[in-house]
Each structure stands twice: as structure tokens, then as C-alpha cells.
Design a protein around this ligand. Structure first.
Ligand code: AMP
Ligand code: ZN
Length: 314
């Protein structure tokens, strides 16, 4: 399914009353003009941050910036909010070593950080001997997720971050919850994971935002967005997204209501950091197993005798 954008139609803005092209936000039964839409999104992010105590004055926030529409929108929204709320912001990008695709991704990320005036740190997984590819029983997406997750923890510590922000959206969180429920795991991602031991607080300020709002925000602000599909993308892995879109078409605002209901029905467990309570035998980072995912993967790549550095996925 195509990434669908918000319709823009002639009308009257429900916020400022101007007659102008308005965006039809069916999820909120609202029509707003373009300037009001930008403020609407930023206010929503601020409310989420304040309601859940995600970020406070003096925090050092590191945003995981992928270059896609969601983290790009969050970069610009946080940059504005940082000024009024008094927190520092920097961005962290992982170059995922997937050939030219990752190089092109990095160019867009650098443009975004420059346009936002936010310092950017780039970490190349090739420097750690890592690649995103099928490993033993791991799907490439699982490898990628494990690498990003572990690196985010350790880079946050190295950069002295008090908060790590990711751009997980309403759709991301619902899909993750569905996958859990299908295997009888009753876990709904939370807006905030409190700091614990070595781990910084992790926050998802876009958890109640629809993806298409982020896309429109970037378009209206003229923010460059990396729109190439990941070379490992498969239609099957994303087909549940179509189910969500269909549900929203049949019943506007159902995605948000569903997430709020699931959060209420399935209380946050005590194990918010998903068992990352022991130290990895090799690197000492928090993990749930004897070796952390990053060390397991590093060992696997190091053992491969036919190791080939080029990426064949593109
Ligand atoms: P994903 O795992 O692709 O669903 O991404 C989840 C979140 O991780 C995104 O919202 C971003 O904040 C962050 N992220 C994804 N890819 C990267 C990357 N290459 N570098 C930095 N952060 C990323
Ligand atoms: Zn380790």
C-alpha cells in the first residue's frame, strides 16, 4: 500500500478560522490550515512529552535519526521544543553498511541535521565488523533491530545522554503489539522506559502520532526525507500495516483508540527493559543472556572464514 498523505482541500480552519487550503485530519475529525497543522503536531508532541514526563529541563536528549519521515519530523519538533522547554538535543545515526543505500541515507541525514542546526553523530556498523544480513536463524530485520538497539544503549552512555528518543509511531507500536499478541506475549510498548542501571531513559514522543502526520509535517516544512525502501523490505513483513489502514478507513481514529485500550488492558509489566539486567560476559553491557546480541553477532561475523565485506542486498 502506498504511503498515503493527508488530503488538502479548500475549507475553513477549525483552529484559526481562516478560509484556506486545509488538511483533513480524519483521525481527529479536524480540518486545519497548514500553519495551524504544524503547531498542532508540535503541541501534540509537547503534550505527550509532558504528560509522560519524558523530557525535562536540563536533559541531554539524543534522537535516533534514521532519515525517514518520522525521525525527521521529530528532529524538527524537538528542536523547537528544546528551546522552550530547556533541553539539549543532538542526533545519532547508524550507517547500516548496506552498500550505496546506506551512503545515500547518510547524505539525507546530514542534510536534515544541518537544516535543523542539530549536532549529528554517525556510527558505522562496518567499524564493528557488523553487517545487516541473514545470520543463523535470524532474519536480517532481527539482526538490524538487535544492532540498533544495543548500539543505542552504548552510544547514549558514551554521549552522556540522559534521554534517548526514538521516532516509533502509533502504527509501529500497534504492529509490534500485534506480533506479540499472536504469540501470546502480552506486552504493549510503553511511551517511556525509565532509566535503569546503565541504561538511559528511552522515550517515544510520537507514540500517539499517525505516520502520515509526520510525512505532511516534513513536506510542509520542506524537510528532506529519505524515502527509499530498505533493500531487505518484504511485502509480507509489512502486510499487517494494510490491515491497520483498512481499519482506520472503516472507523476513523480506531488506531489511536485501539492502542489506548490495549495499554489500559495490558498493564506495563515490571520488566520494562525486557530483561536487560545482567552484564554481557564479553563487553559488560546490559543483556538478558550471557552474551549480548551485539557480541553474539560480532562473534558470528568474525568466525566466518568466507567473510565478504560487500553488501549484496541492493
Ligand atoms: P525501526 O527499527 O526501523 O522501526 O526504527 C525505529 C526507530 O529507530 C526509528 O523511529 C528511529 O528513531 C530509529 N532508527 C531507525 N533506523 C535508524 C538508523 N539507521 N540510525 C539511527 N536511528 C535509527
Ligand atoms: Zn556484549
Amino acid at each position: 500500500m502506498q504511503e498515503h498523505e493527508i488530503d488538502v482541500v479548500p475549507g475553513r480552519c477549525r483552529i484559526c478560522g481562516d478560509s484556506a487550503p486545509v488538511l483533513r485530519l480524519t483521525e481527529f475529525n479536524l480540518k486545519v490550515c497548514e500553519p495551524c497543522f504544524l503547531r498542532f503536531l508540535e503541541r501534540r508532541v509537547r503534550r505527550t512529552i509532558e504528560k509522560h514526563g519524558m523530557i525535562g529541563e536540563g536533559d541531554r536528549v539524543v534522537l535516533a535519526l534514521s532519515g525517514g519521515k518520522d525521525s525527521a519530523a521529530l528532529l524538527f519538533a524537538l528542536r523547537r521544543l528544546g528551546v522552550v522547554m530547556g533541553f539539549e538535543l543532538s542526533a545519532l545515526h547508524f550507517h547500516l553498511n548496506m552498500g550505496d543505500y546506506s551512503d545515500r541515507n547518510l547524505v539525507v541525514v546530514e542534510d536534515q541535521a544541518k537544516a535543523a542546526g542539530v549536532p549529528l553523530e554517525v556510527k558505522r556498523i562496518s567499524d564493528l565488523g557488523l553487517q545487516v544480513r541473514r545470520v543463523k536463524g535470524w532474519h536480517p530485520c532481527a539482526v538490524c533491530g538487535a544492532i540498533k538497539r544495543s548500539l543505542m544503549n552504548r552510544e547514549a552512555k558514551r554521549l552522556g545522554a540522559t534521554v534517548v528518543a526514538t521516532a516509533h509511531t502509533l502504527e509501529d507500536v500497534l504492529l509490534f503489539t500485534f506480533k506479540n499478541l499472536f504469540s501470546r506475549k502480552f506486552y504493549v510498548p510503553q511511551p517511556v522506559l525509565p532509566a535503569s542501571g546503565e541504561l538511559s531513559r528511552k522515550v517515544k514522543p510520537l507514540i500517539y502520532n499517525h505516520e502520515r502526520m509526520n510525512l505532511s509535517y516534513c513536506r510542509l516544512k520542506g524537510v528532506p526525507v529519505f524515502e527509499e525502501r530498505c533493500p531487505e523490505w518484504t511485502p509480507r513483513g509489512h502486510s499487517f500495516k494494510d490491515v491497520l489502514e483498512h481499519m482506520e478507513e472503516v472507523m476513523p481514529s480506531s488506531k489511536l483508540r485501539l492502542l489506548l485500550s490495549l495499554q489500559e488492558a495490558i498493564p506495563a509489566g515490571g520488566d520494562l527493559h525486557e530483561g536487560e539486567h545482567t552484564a554481557c560476559e564479553s563487553c559488560g553491557e546490559p543483556t538478558s543472556q550471557s552474551l549480548c546480541a551485539l557480541c553474539q553477532l560480532s562473534n558470528w561475523f568474525a568466525r566466518r572464514t568466507d567473510h565478504d565485506d560487500s553488501y549484496n542486498g541492493v
